[in-house]
Design a protein around this ligand. Structure first.
Ligand code: NAD
Ligand code: UGA
Length: 465
């Protein structure tokens, strides 16, 4: 039996430890966080994050071998293995501001571990970190000399995606474990492999050196985001040429070398990680004096920004070059379906841009309105939050689909159309609706990477989204 601790009870620390505790009843798993509200929510029936399957998984292990606490120091002292899953956002100040990873919470955890440890421990990098962070971690932790206490650092990045986190953790494509090639390093890697072997097939557990593991995480996110920017770049060309981006994606995706996933054109990628991890990769390349490599990856971000602002420009130009005073219903606040997370959500950026155009914005979402209100900050005062999409669309000039919630595809658009101001516009930023049918109902339909279906003849039909 081992005492496993996770520092950081967020979108990663929480679900990851829930699944470890569920599959390892022999181990005691404690998740700590300095955010008392978050810990209280983990202890309650109203979990702090919305994630399909999470409630059921929590019920299996909580109170049995899974515990949540704010007493970070006590649990550090008791732990054998410490996962560190704190936030590592983009630095907003000083050197590297806007690009480099902000490692202050990470380093604080390391110092706290050092201060409260009286026994040897394995310290696991669960957060996404710049390559070679483990070196600094080793240096800090072993700065005091051994005094009989030894720390082994393991890199074990997390690849779960929000909205499918439980499935991703239960059946991961792979678990990656990076460690040192020393006797105690190899032993630490083995201990980690033994934990995951409780439910992950051996052939899916990969071991590498520390630096490969750290860099693989940044690289995986960069490649995934790159695919989205690539298809979004092609969507712009489709709109000029009457090619259909869904048909193009399907055609290229059937090539087994390309593969069909992550080719869904959209309003752009969001979420807390793609942007920050690519910016971090760019910063690292600049740091290692590789400007061409940095510029290559930076373009993935630039294309994403372009896709978002292009969406708003096309809305404005389709609606006769002004949206001032017009009610516009935004369907979706979450950065993707099946999550309440609105961090870096394209929906909120589009919301802000429409407010700048003086539109009367109404935001609806089945799970993300609370987070949206917080993340929008001051701008929230100028937005109407409406949980019912039918009410949101009433008397609106336009609807924009910004999150691919299944619920939005299943609405009665005939009823919605009747209650809207005419001409009524619909902008499908996720390509989840039946565009031909909407057009037949009377909507002017604009979808990403497709020719618009309008009732204006040809003059206004060439712009697309
Ligand atoms: P998060 O902000 O939801 O959670 C981090 C938590 O750490 C917060 O609750 C914060 O209060 C806590 N914390 C910070 N410093 C602390 C300290 N010293 N002691 C105790 N608690 C502390 O972040 P997240 O989305 O869970 O991401 C965590 C890490 O995992 C990041 O590095 C991220 O890049 C990575 N990651 C995230 C995802 C994802 O889907 N969100 C997926 C893979 C990897
Ligand atoms: C992503 C990765 O998929 C995870 O493997 C990784 O662990 C995680 O980042 C992380 O490090 O945080 P996540 O951001 O939760 O997971 O969600 P994704 O499914 O990757 O979607 C990211 C964004 O891209 C969303 O806004 C989504 O709508 C968009 N997207 C995705 C598209 O626009 N098109 C696609 O084809 C796929």
């Amino acid at each position: 039996m081992a005492n496993i601790l996770c520092i950081g009870a967020g979108y990663v620390g929480g679900p990851t430890m829930v699944v470890i505790a569920k599959h390892c009843p022999q181990h005691r798993v404690v998740v700590v966080d300095t955010n008392a509200e978050r810990i209280a929510a983990w202890q309650s029936d109203r979990l702090p994050i919305y994630e399909p399957g999470l409630d059921e998984a929590v019920r299996v292990a909580r109170g049995r071998n899974l515990f949540f606490s704010t007493d970070v120091n006590r649990h550090i002292a008791e732990a054998d293995i410490i996962f560190v899953s704190v936030n590592t956002g983009t630095k907003t100040f000083g050197q590297g501001a806007g690009k480099a990873a902000d490692l202050q919470f990470w380093e604080k955890s390391a110092r706290q571990i050092l201060e409260h440890s009286t026994t040897s421990k394995i310290v696991v990098e669960k957060s996404t970190l710049p390559v070679r962070t483990a070196e600094a971690m080793e240096y800090i932790l072993n700065a005091r000399g051994t005094q009989g206490v030894h720390f082994d650092i393991i890199s074990n990045p997390e690849f779960l995606a929000e909205g499918s986190a439980i499935g991703d953790l239960e059946r991961p494509d792979r678990v990656l474990i990076g460690g040192r090639d020393t006797p105690s390093g190899r032993q630490a890697v083995q201990t980690m492999m033994d934990i995951y072997a409780n439910w992950v097939p051996a052939e899916r557990i990969l071991t590498t050196n520390l630096w490969s593991s750290e860099l693989s995480k940044l690289t995986a996110n960069a490649f995934l985001a790159q695919r989205i920017s690539s298809i979004n770049a092609i969507s712009a060309l489709c709109e000029r040429t009457e090619a259909d981006v869904a048909e193009v994606a399907h055609a290229i995706g059937m090539d087994s070398r390309i593969g069909s996933r992550f080719l869904q054109a959209s309003v752009g990628f969001g979420g807390s990680c793609f942007r920050k991890d690519i910016l971090n990769l760019v910063y690292l390349c600049e740091h290692y004096n590789l400007p061409e490599v940095a510029a290559y990856w930076e373009q993935v971000i630039k294309m994403n920004d372009y896709q978002q602002s292009r969406f708003v420009s096309n809305m404005v130009s389709a609606m006769f070059n002004t949206v001032a005073g017009k009610r516009i219903a935004l369907f979706g606040a979450a950065f993707k379906a099946n999550t309440g997370d609105t961090r870096e959500s394209p929906a909120l950026e589009i919301c802000r841009e429409l407010l700048a155009e003086h539109a009367a914005v109404v935001l609806t979402d089945p799970h993300a309105l609370e987070n949206a209100r917080v993340d929008l900050g001051d701008a929230a005062k100028r937005v109407t939050f409406e949980p019912d999409p039918y009410a949101a669309a009433r008397d609106a000039h336009a609807i924009a689909i910004l999150t691919e919630w299944r619920q939005f595809a299943e609405l009665d658009y005939e009823a919605i159309f009747k209650d809207m101001i005419k001409p009524a516009f619909i902008f499908d930023g996720r390509n989840i609706l039946n565009h031909r049918r909407l057009h037949e109902l009377g909507f002017n339909v604009y979808a990403v990477g497709k020719a618009p279906l309008t009732h204006f003849g040809t003059s206004n039909s060439g712009s697309g989204i």
